[in-house]
Ligand binder design. Structure first.
Ligand code: EPZ
Length: 427
C-alpha cells in the first residue's frame, strides 16, 4: 500500500494547471454508449475512476483507444453487453450511470449496486423513481440492480431530493425515449450542464440544464462527437484552499471562475485575497485565516466535496467556526484524523464546531475517503514536520498527478511504496 510523506510548513507558491472534471467525466464516459458512432473525449482526467470506467466500457464491447494522455476515442457500435459486474464497477459510485446509459441503449441494464465514498447511507431511490416513470421495471435481483423496459416513454419526474446522480441518470435514460421528459427539482451542478452539452453535441434535445427544471425531448439517434470536458471545480477548489491554508500565493489555471464563486466567497471571508481572470484565479493569504461559518448545499451553494478541505483551513483560523453538512448524513469521518494533528473539532450531528488552534502538528493519518484524503494532504502541508497519509488509493480516484502538482508549487510531498521506496505515479 502506498502512502504520501509530506514535509510541511512551507507556503505554496506558483501556478497549477487544473484537469478535466471527474464528476463530469464519470457520467460522460457511460453516456458514449448512447451514440451510434465513435466519440472523441478530450480533457479527460488521468485518475483511477476514469481508468475503471474505460475498462468497464471495453468489457461491455466498446472499442476504447487512448489518443493521448487526456484524449480517448470510444467506438460503442459493438457494445452489445448490458451487465456491469461488481468487479467491473470496483466499488465506484459512478457505476450507477451505466444503469441510465444501458437502459437508454438496450432497454436493459444489470449493474452492481453503486459503491463510492462512505458518507452513510447512499440510496438510489430517486434514480429508480425516474426510470420507473419512463416505463422501466426495476428490481434488485441476486445483488444486482436490474432495469428493463419494452419501450421508454417521456414523463414528468419530480425529485424528492436534489440529486446529482438521479438527475444525470434520468437524462441518460430519457435522451432516446419517445416524447418529452421533464425533471423537476433537478440538480444544477456544472457537471450536469456538461453532460447535457455533451449529449446535445451528439444531437440530443436537452434544455434547462443548470436550472431546477430540465426538459429532454427524446431523439431516435445520437451521432458521434468530439467533446472537451470542463475543468474540475473541486480540484481547483482544493488547490485554492491549500494555497490559503499554507499562507501561500497560487494561481490555479484552466478553470471556469463562475464555477468557483461559492469557494471564492468563503475564502474571502477567511481573509484570502482573490484575483479572478478569464480562465484563472489567484489566491493569496497573509497571516492567520479568520473564522467563518459554512453550510454545504447543492449548487450554487458551497459544495459538500470542498467541506473537509475548508474545515482543515478553519482548524487554524482565529476564532470558532461552524461547518454544517447539508448534503450527506455522515461526512465528518475525517475529523478524527484531523484531531490527531491537534485540531480542536467537536462534531454534533450534521455540524462541526471548529475552535481554531495556532498550528497543526504532524502525525500519521489516513485518507478515509477521496476529499478527506485531499484534506489530509492540506493538513500535512500546513503542519511543520513530517506527516504520513495512508490509504491514498482514495485520493488517486479523483486527483490527477497530485504529488507532481503540489511539488510544482514548492511542496515537499512524496509517494512511497510498501518498501519505503519512492513510487512514481505514472500517467
Ligand atoms: C455526486 O454524488 C458526486 N459523485 C459526489 O462527489 C457529491 O458529493 C454529490 O454528488 C453531491 O454533490 C459523483 O458525481 C460521482 P447525490 P451522488 O445523488 O450523485 C440523497 C466526490 O467527492 N439521495 O447528489 O451520489 C443522498 O443520500 C463525490 O467527488 C437520495 O436520497 O450524490 C444525498 O444525501 C463524493 N436518493 C443527497 O441526495 C437518491 O436516489 C445528494 O446525493 C439519490 C441521492
Amino acid at each position: 500500500m502506498e502512502k504520501f510523506v509530506i514535509s510541511g510548513g512551507k507556503p505554496l507558491k506558483g501556478r497549477v494547471h487544473i484537469s478535466g472534471a471527474k464528476n463530469a467525466a464519470v457520467a460522460i464516459l457511460p453516456a458514449v454508449l448512447l451514440s451510434d458512432e465513435p466519440c472523441i473525449i478530450e480533457n479527460l482526467p488521468q485518475i483511477s475512476d476514469v481508468a475503471t470506467l474505460l475498462k468497464a466500457l471495453s468489457s461491455l464491447g466498446a472499442d476504447v483507444k487512448m489518443i493521448n494522455k487526456s484524449t480517448v476515442e470510444i467506438d460503442p457500435r459493438h457494445a452489445s453487453y448490458f451487465v456491469v459486474t461488481k468487479e467491473m464497477a470496483q466499488g465506484m459510485r459512478a457505476s450507477s450511470y451505466f444503469l441510465g446509459a444501458l437502459l437508454g441503449r438496450h432497454k436493459r441494464a444489470r449493474v452492481a449496486p453503486p459503491g463510492g465514498c462512505d458518507f452513510g447511507v447512499r440510496p438510489i431511490d430517486q434514480h429508480i423513481k425516474g426510470f420507473e416513470a419512463l416505463g422501466a421495471y426495476v428490481a434488485i435481483e441476486n445483488g444486482m440492480v436490474d432495469a428493463r423496459a419494452s419501450s421508454l416513454q417521456g414523463a414528468s419526474v419530480y425529485l424528492d431530493v436534489v440529486s446529482v446522480g438521479a438527475t444525470m441518470n434520468i437524462m441518460l435514460a430519457a435522451v432516446k425515449a419517445s416524447g418529452l421528459t421533464v425533471i423537476e427539482n433537478a440538480a444544477r451542478e456544472p457537471h450536469i450542464v456538461d453532460l447535457a452539452n455533451f449529449l446535445n453535441s451528439m444531437g440530443a434535445d436537452i434544455m434547462g440544464a443548470g436550472t431546477g427544471v430540465i426538459k429532454i425531448r427524446g431523439v431516435e439517434h445520437l451521432h458521434g462527437t468530439q467533446y472537451s470536458i470542463i475543468p474540475d471545480q473541486i480540484e481547483a477548489g482544493t488547490y485554492m484552499v491549500a494555497a490559503a491554508a499554507t499562507g501561500g500565493d497560487v494561481t490555479v489555471e484552466n478553470v471556469t471562475p463562475k464555477h468557483l464563486e461559492s469557494i471564492i466567497a468563503k475564502l474571502i471571508e477567511t481573509g484570502a485575497e482573490i484575483e479572478e481572470y478569464d480562465e484563472a484565479v489567484r489566491v493569496k493569504m497573509n497571516g492567520r485565516p479568520r473564522r467563518c461559518n459554512i453550510k454545504t448545499m447543492p449548487h450554487p451553494g458551497f459544495p459538500t466535496d470542498m467541506q473537509p478541505q475548508i474545515a482543515t483551513l478553519l482548524a487554524i483560523a482565529e476564532g470558532t467556526s461552524i461547518v454544517t453538512e447539508g448534503v450527506w448524513d455522515g461526512r465528518f469521518r475525517y475529523v478524527e484524523q484531523l484531531t490527531l494533528m491537534g485540531a480542536d473539532i467537536q462534531v454534533d450531528g450534521k455540524s462541526a464546531v471548529i475552535t481554531g488552534v495556532d498550528k497543526l502538528k504532524p502525525a500519521p493519518v489516513r485518507a478515509v475517503d477521496l476529499r478527506a484524503g485531499a484534506a489530509m494532504i492540506i493538513a500535512g502541508l500546513m503542519a511543520e514536520g513530517i506527516t504520513e497519509v495512508e490509504e491514498i488509493s482514495h485520493i488517486d480516484r479523483g486527483y490527477e498527478l497530485i504529488t507532481e502538482k503540489f511539488s510544482s508549487l514548492g511542496a515537499d510531498i512524496k509517494r512511497i511504496d510498501d518498501y519505503g521506496n519512492l513510487a512514481a505515479k505514472l500517467a
